[in-house]
Design a protein around this ligand. Structure first.
Ligand code: ATP
Length: 233
């Protein structure tokens, strides 16, 4: 579904992605783990089209989209749920969800909203309240629900567990794991390598702008280098 080849990207004169190769097959959950500053967010932004690519290519469902603007990529089925959630705290839960579907008809939005409420009952309960009043975990659920309102084929999730209490972290990983049943393909960027690898089919390890290891998630979890560097085991 998604094929990244020799991807390079820079901020000004400083290159931060040095030739990334990565692919995601339809229906997979693939995770990219790595320390702070490895370039994970930049990689996601190159895929969603919000960060320029200086070399290499992004192919989505057989078409090269490297130069396609971000809003057109959303229409093709790629949605990014950004780091830090970035929900609109003054707007209600429902208004936030509607913003996730701004490209679509009211009828479709109403149906998708019901689906979102079924998946996240707490959001139905709080639908008319300002999103800023939700707990951190609930805000992350809202961010994921909002991203799903665009009916993405491929969802890019940037650190959904960041800043959450341990019990909520597990809840969020359960939610992401459940996206498989909805046929949503997921590329999940996480610093919580253990949590992410536990729910992923495959994983990539990124260090300073390069992929240093990749393979089936269970193989990475069992690898002594990963266990020492990222899992604290
Ligand atoms: P984090 O988990 O902290 O988001 P990351 O792995 O996602 O880390 P990136 O945010 O992609 O890493 O950052 C990769 C490198 O690019 C880092 O060295 C960072 O300092 C640098 N960088 C990120 N954003 C910018 C920017 N807007 N301008 C200049 N340099 C940037």
């Amino acid at each position: 579904m998604l094929e990244i080849s020799e991807l390079r990207s820079r901020y000004g004169r400083i290159e931060v992605l040095h030739g990334i190769n990565l692919n995601v097959q339809s229906g997979e959950i693939v995770t990219v783990v790595g320390a702070n500053g490895a370039g994970k967010t930049t990689l996601l932004r190159c895929i969603s089209g919000t960060q320029p690519v200086s070399a290499g290519s992004v192919v989505f469902r057989g078409e090269t989209i490297t130069a396609v603007p971000a809003h057109r990529r959303i229409k093709r089925g790629i949605t990014q749920s950004p780091e830090g959630r970035q929900i609109f705290t003054n707007l209600s839960v429902e208004e936030n969800l509607r913003l996730g579907a701004f490209l679509f008809s009211d009828e479709r939005v109403d149906k998708d909203m019901q689906d979102a409420f079924q998946m996240f009952p707490i959001l139905r309960e709080k639908r008319n309240l300002p999103a800023g009043g939700l707990s951190g975990g609930q805000q992350q659920m809202l961010a994921i629900a909002r991203a799903l309102m665009g009916r993405p084929n491929c969802l890019l999730l940037d650190e959904p567990s960041m800043g959450l209490a341990p019990i909520l972290v597990q809840q969020i990983f359960d939610v992401v794991s459940g996206l498989k049943a909805l046929n949503v393909t997921v590329l999940l960027v996480e610093q919580n390598a253990f949590g992410a690898l536990k729910i992923a089919d495959r994983g990539y390890v990124m260090e300073t702008g390069q992929v240093t290891m990749d393979g089936p998630a269970e193989m990475l979890i069992a690898d002594p280098r990963i266990r020492e560097a990222y899992l604290g085991i």
